[in-house]
Design a protein around this ligand. Structure first.
Ligand code: CP
Ligand code: NVA
Length: 330
């Protein structure tokens, strides 16, 4: 539907640190303006007469709702295509599907299993492809997460970038898709991140390289630290983060994972024992299961999970604006 090679958003590593910070700031700007009922004039028509195909091979609450609502806010048409709706993967190749759909719409937002599926769609697409979660990355989530951090630590939010240098994130749990993009963004934004996983569930070498290479050209990059001891990760942390221990597609490993992750539940007691900073906050991309975080923490004043979920809407607006409306110019 468009000419030239489109720019895609497949992972946070596709962005420069400056571009990532700009997306977060734009998300904040749209959020404030829409809430003040003063949306940027062009927002509600910026996608008019445009269709965004949403090809989802896995379940979704937040990503689906935020993307559809964002496209609606921007005056476009979101077309949801679940795994039983289209031929993809069952009766038609990735290549054929991508060429055909991209000849009729202005953007594809895809949720897939193997990352190579969304990368393959992008390779053959004539329109921007946005990754709505793959087994390796979740960029839309991380734009929303940094908007949430930016809002929760406003005293540190001045400056040319997000002004978050010196904060410390502790990730306790599984090393998964959400972590890989979160850690990449932390390195870029000068936020230290300490990751505690059980033995055998550490960050794969390939992902460690992706995360660490995000420090290129960053004056004071955040540092990635890895441990098998939750208390060690939590020491002096400003933000405690986790995610499910069993990601979509890992259902058959559930029993083994539950056993391996025992003791990694984020609780008030663990935070105290580990020595988190006094005003520590809790984040989780959701959906949440009780095993990875206690109700006491999840529903406490420290928990940012519901603003974090809402921020998915503003992240989607910023990403669609950057990649579809502005054709990758950020
Ligand atoms: N956080 C997130 O991506 O949620 P969904 O799986 O519900 O989209
Ligand atoms: N790690 C989770 C995130 C869901 C938003 C999964 O991949 O299922």
């Amino acid at each position: 539907a468009s000419t030239g090679s489109p720019r895609h958003l497949l992972s946070i590593g596709d962005l420069s640190p400056n571009e990532f910070a700009t997306l977060v700031r734009n998300a904040a700007k749209h959020k404030q303006a829409v809430k003040a009922t003063q949306p940027a004039m062009s927002l509600s028509t910026s996608l008019s007469n445009k269709t965004v195909a949403m090809m989802f091979s896995k379940r979704s609450t937040r990503t689906r709702v935020s993307t559809e609502a964002a496209v609606t806010l921007m005056g476009g048409h979101p077309m949801f295509l679940g795994k039983d709706d289209i031929q993809l993967g069952v009766n038609e190749s990735l290549y054929d599907t991508s060429v055909v759909i991209s000849s009729m719409v202005q953007c594809m937002v895809a949720r897939v299993g193997p990352h190579s599926d969304v990368a393959g769609l992008a390779q053959s697409s004539s329109v921007p492809v946005i990754n709505a979660l793959s087994d390796d990355y979740h960029p839309l989530q991380i734009i929303a997460d940094f908007l949430t951090i930016h809002e929760a630590f406003p005293s540190q939010a001045a400056g040319v970038d997000l002004g978050l240098q010196g904060l410390k994130v502790a990730w306790v749990g599984d090393a998964n898709n959400v972590l890989f993009d979160l850690a990449t963004a932390c390195v870029m934004m000068g936020v230290d991140i300490s990751v505690a996983t059980p033995k055998g569930y550490e960050i794969p070498e390939k992902m460690r390289n992706v995360i660490n290479s995000a420090s290129k050209g960053v004056g004071k990059p955040g540092k990635l630290n890895e441990t098998n001891v939750p208390e060690e990760a939590i020491k002096d942390a400003d933000i405690l983060v986790t995610d499910t221990w069993v990601s979509m597609g890992q259902e058959e490993e559930a029993k083994r994972r539950m056993a391996a992750f025992a003791g990694y539940q984020i609780t008030t007691e663990l935070a105290k024992r580990g020595g988190a900073k006094e005003g520590w906050k809790f984040m989780h991309c959701l959906p949440r299961h009780p095993e990875e975080v206690s109700d006491e923490v999840f529903y406490s004043d420290r928990s940012l999970v519901f603003p974090e979920a809402e921020n998915r809407l503003w992240a989607a607006v910023a990403a669609l604006e950057a990649f579809v409306v502005n054709k990758g110019q950020i």
